[in-house]
Design a protein around this ligand. Structure first.
Ligand code: HEM
Length: 202
C-alpha cells in the first residue's frame, strides 16, 4: 500500500501542477513566447532541457515555481501530530494536537507576496524574491520525499511542451477557469487546449 500511495500521490500532484501551468500560460500568450525564446536561444533547435538547466533557463524555472506557489497541488499538506508541547509562530501547541498546515494560504500571504493572487513568474527574476517563503512540498523532517523528482518532471516536461507547441485556446477567448475548489489535491477545472506544432526560427 505504501508503494500505491507513493505512486498515486506522486503522479496526481505532478500532473495537477502541469495542468495548472498550461492553464495559466493560456492566459499569458506573451509569456509563452518569452519562454520559447529562452528555450530556443539557450538550447538551439535540437537541445532538450535537463534537470541541471535551471540557471540557464531562469524564466522556465520561475514559471514552474510560480505555478507551485499559486496552486500548490497538496494545499493542506498532510496532518501532523505534535508529540510534545511546542509553539508555532508564538501560538502554543499542546502535545497531541493535530496540525494541518495551510500551504495555499501561506503562499498567498500579502505581507510576503505583492499581488499574491496574480500569476507572475517574473517575481522570481528580481533580486530579493522571497524564495524561502515557498513551501509547496512542506518543510522539515517530513517534507515531500518526491520533491526532486517532481521538480525535475515539471521543468523538463513543461520545457519540452513549450519547445514543440504553441498553446492556444480551442476558440478565441475561450480560456480555462483558474478558480480553486476544495480537495486533497488542488486540480485545475477541466479545460481544452490546442497544441499547435511550432519550429524555432531558421
Ligand atoms: C508537484 C508534485 C508534488 C507536490 C506539490 C507534493 C507535495 C507534498 C506535500 C505538501 C507533502 C506533505 C509534507 C508535509 O506534511 O510536511 C508531501 C508528502 C509526501 N510526498 Fe509529495 N508532492 C509531490 C510529488 C511527489 C512525488 C513525485 C512523490 C514520490 C515519487 C511524492 C512522495 C511523497 C511522500 C512519500 C510523502 C510523505 C513524506 C513523509 O511523510 O515523510 N510526492 N508531498
Amino acid at each position: 500500500m505504501a508503494l500505491v500511495d507513493l505512486f498515486i500521490g506522486g503522479t496526481e500532484t505532478t500532473a495537477a501542477a502541469l495542468a495548472w501551468a498550461v492553464a495559466f500560460l493560456l492566459h499569458r500568450p506573451e509569456l509563452q513566447e518569452r519562454l520559447r525564446a529562452e528555450l530556443w536561444r539557450e538550447l538551439g533547435p535540437t537541445g532538450t532541457p535537463q534537470v541541471g538547466d535551471t540557471g540557464r533557463l531562469p524564466l522556465l524555472h520561475a514559471t514552474v515555481t510560480e505555478t507551485l506557489r499559486l496552486r500548490p497541488p497538496a494545499p493542506l499538506a498532510l496532518p501532523h501530530c505534535a508529540r510534545r508541547h511546542t509553539s508555532v509562530g508564538g501560538i502554543p501547541v499542546p502535545a497531541g494536537s493535530i496540525l494541518i498546515p495551510n500551504l495555499l494560504a501561506a503562499q498567498q500571504d500579502p505581507d510576503t507576496w505583492h499581488h499574491p493572487e496574480a500569476f507572475l513568474p517574473e517575481r522570481f527574476l528580481v533580486p530579493g524574491a522571497p524564495w524561502r517563503a515557498l513551501v509547496p512540498f512542506g518543510c522539515g523532517a517530513r517534507s515531500c520525499l518526491g520533491e526532486g523528482l517532481a521538480r525535475a518532471e515539471l521543468f523538463v516536461f513543461l520545457g519540452r511542451i513549450l519547445q514543440e507547441f504553441r498553446l492556444e485556446p480551442p476558440a478565441p477567448g475561450v480560456l480555462p477557469c483558474l478558480e480553486v475548489s476544495a480537495g486533497t489535491v488542488l486540480r485545475c477545472p477541466p479545460f481544452r487546449v490546442r497544441m499547435v506544432p511550432c519550429q524555432p526560427p531558421a
